[in-house]
Design a protein around this ligand. Structure first.
Ligand code: PMP
Length: 413
């Protein structure tokens, strides 16, 4: 269907019609939204799914026998099926709803890692991780006595894979790396990482916060053990995310949080756990946002990820060329394989000042360390200015940013 379209037939103006916020005027200028790696804007279908739930069938799920409870349960569980298909998981029980990538990683840290790691074991992360894929492992290392090792990053912002292979040995029990970097856009060679880690008996967790929206995800083909997804980066609502885990691992893990829904039977003497996936979904979940996540994923699938990717690649190519043509601008993150993230520094100009001046032109970019302080330290900079592109952005918007940059540089230098 739409999947067969090429970028030449990709109608960005038609896509933009689906996103009401793109009609916003900011500081007297049309909004140019280039902060998509922080969070994407929401199409009308997602907004409608939220209001439809609250207007028409708001009810608590699973235990109710009345019609509204049945409708809400069906909608909530339908999202699980959609997520399963979206990432090609083998079973729906392998899809756990969380609040986002941060919670998904913490779930694995406090259940799998806390019970399986001991002093002398090793965890490998990378030098380009988001703080949410660093700090939980530091906490777990402290509790268990395991050691945290880091794959270094080269000047282009790519993982130095020879160093990764050197770090691998039978003491390594877990490798947790970002699939695509939020600060640099780098797409990591995760298949190579997973296959090599499995050879030494380690399991692999992927942070899919940035990859899920841009790349085709097939968890069976990747053979990753855990995969974390954030709805708000895939045109869905905030406050909802996914942990994919291989069934055997999830079955063997203790629960993360205790409460209603995650139990089979409770007595004061002994409590037994519910079946997957409910063992990991304690309490009333975020029903509305889960329901709306389905609308977001259907929206993306309806256009086709490969179609979107081709278009976003074109935007990235154009932005990269334009940025490189400005004197004194240096791109940070020049990996061969990238998602549509352009991070840059301007000689003699603080990213924050630049961000404020661009905002005056209606251009929303992100400035700072992007929750990747160790990576910024690696490059010897306090932060970057980051323009991250989504399917609704245009080359004309990139021109607005470039014109704004020329103006800002003149003022700030
Ligand atoms: N990892 C990466 C690479 C991210 O970009 C983000 C969000 N900035 C996170 C993790 C955290 O995700 P969430 O907002 O879903 O907790």
């Amino acid at each position: 269907m739409v999947e067969t379209l090429t970028h030449t037939t990709f109608d960005v103006q038609a896509i933009r019609q689906h996103f009401p916020v793109l009609n916003r005027v900011v500081k007297g200028k049309p909004l140019v939204y280039f902060d998509n790696a922080a969070t994407t804007q929401k199409p009308q279908v997602v907004i409608d799914a939220l209001t439809d739930y609250y207007k028409n069938y708001n009810a608590n799920i699973h235990r109710g026998i009345h019609s509204l409870a049945e409708e809400a349960t069906a909608a909530y569980e339908a999202t699980r099926d959609t997520v399963q298909q979206f990432i090609n998981a083998k079973q729906r029980e392998e899809i756990i709803f969380t609040r986002g990538v941060t919670e998904s990683i913490n779930l694995v840290a406090y259940t799998w890692a806390r019970t399986n790691l001991k002093a002398g074991d090793e965890i490998i992360i990378s030098g380009m991780e988001h703080h949410s894929n660093i700090v939980p492992w530091q906490l777990i290392a402290e509790i268990t006595g395991a050691k945290l090792n880091v794959i270094p990053v080269n000047d282009n912002g790519e993982l130095i894979m020879e160093e990764f292979h050197k770090l691998l040995n039978e003491k390594v029990k877990l490798v947790s790396v970002v699939h695509a970097s939020n600060s640099l856009g780098t797409i990591n060679p995760v298949k190579e990482i997973i296959d090599a880690a499995h050879k030494v008996g380690a399991i692999v967790m992927l942070d899919g916060a940035q990859s899920t929206v841009h790349l085709d995800i097939d968890v069976q083909q990747l053979d990753c053990d855990f995969f974390a997804i954030s709805s708000h980066k895939v045109y869905g609502p905030t406050g909802i995310g996914v942990l994919y885990g291989k069934r055997a691992l999830l079955e063997a893990m203790p629960p993360f949080m205790g409460g209603g829904e995650m139990i089979k039977d409770v007595t004061f003497e002994k409590t037994t756990w519910n079946d997957l996936p409910y063992k990991f979904e304690a309490g009333t979940p975020n029903i509305a946002d889960t329901v709306a996540l389905k609308a977001a994923l259907d929206f993306v699938s309806g256009i086709g990820k490969s179609t979107i990717r081709k278009y976003e690649d074109e935007l990235l190519r154009y932005a990269t060329e334009q940025l490189q043509s400005i004197d004194g601008i240096r791109l940070v993150g020049t990996a061969k394989h990238k998602v549509s993230v352009a991070s840059y520094v301007v000689e003699g100009v603080h990213p924050q000042d630049l961000g404020i001046l661009l905002d005056n032109q209606g251009v929303a970019v992100r400035t700072g360390h992007h929750c990747t302080q160790p990576l910024m330290n690696r490059f010897g900079i306090p932060g970057t200015t980051r323009a991250s592109f989504a399917m609704y952005n245009t080359k004309e918007e990139i021109d607005v940013m470039i014109a704004g940059l020329h103006k800002a540089i003149k003022l700030l230098r």
